[in-house]
Design a binder for this molecule. Structure first.
Ligand code: AMP
Length: 217
């Protein structure tokens, strides 16, 4: 089964994708994380990506294609959960073609929706561990000790989780990603869910709507 999880920034798509990957054995492809890793390398290609990300813009479709093709080589047979991709119509077509070349298709596109107010509230209180990447929320899921992860790593605020970048990212979501959801609706593969509910409740809803059985407890 191949799924994409989309939604406004902070909707919890990463959390749900990680749960689906862990419990269903799907390969989790999180383009934001892959691009952040590339952005940390010190070369001219990575500097360009870093600048785009810091401004809250989408990286070019060409760069994304390269990243996707390299990572898809190691995808397993259970299927893939794409987290935060396709972000625009070009990427939607690209992924449909890549999947078709592997005799596969998108089974569902899941849209987890939250309000703009909730996005800003969640992202400004989001903190990430420098060591293990675990994500906390200072209000709803605070770390055990002030600014320190359970693994001992120091927590930081992503540069693109600061107000100006958040506004830009939300603008891009409306302009670029909403058309993907409309296309998925036409393709009759869209599932829309309310993201302003507990994580476990949303997860159960996804499992029920996908008609899935967990393979890992
Ligand atoms: P995310 O963690 O999904 O919010 O992504 C963080 C940033 O990575 C985005 O603001 C974009 O700059 C970049 N990014 C992630 N996924 C994509 C994508 N599919 N296409 C273009 N840029 C992306």
């Amino acid at each position: 089964m191949n799924i994409a999880i989309l939604g406004p920034q902070g909707s919890g798509k990463g959390t749900q994708a990680a749960l689906l990957s862990e419990k269903m054995g799907l390969t989790h492809i999180e383009t934001g994380k892959l691009l952040r890793e590339i952005a940390c390398l010190n070369n001219s290609f990575s500097k360009k990506i870093k600048k785009t990300m810091l401004e809250g813009n989408l990286v070019s479709d060409d760069i994304l294609k390269k990243v996707l093709i390299s990572v898809l080589e190691s995808a397993n047979d259970e299927g893939i959960v794409f987290d935060g991709t396709p972000r625009n119509l070009v990427q939607y077509t690209l992924l449909k073609n890549i999947l078709a070349a592997r005799k596969m298709k998108f089974d569902k596109i899941i849209m987890i929706d939250i309000s703009e107010k909730e996005t800003i509230k969640r992202l400004t209180s989001r903190r990430t561990c420098k060591e293990c990447g675990k994500i906390y929320n200072l209000i709803t899921n605070p770390p055990p000790t002030n600014n320190v992860c359970e693994c001992g790593g120091v927590l930081y605020q992503r540069d693109d989780d600061k107000p100006e970048a958040i506004i830009k990212r939300l603008e891009n979501y409306k302009k670029e990603t909403i058309p993907v959801l409309e296309a998925a609706q036409k393709d009759q593969i869209l599932i829309e869910l309310d993201g302003e509910r507990p994580i476990e409740e949303i997860y159960k809803d996804i499992i029920a709507q996908l008609n899935l059985q967990e393979i890992h407890s």
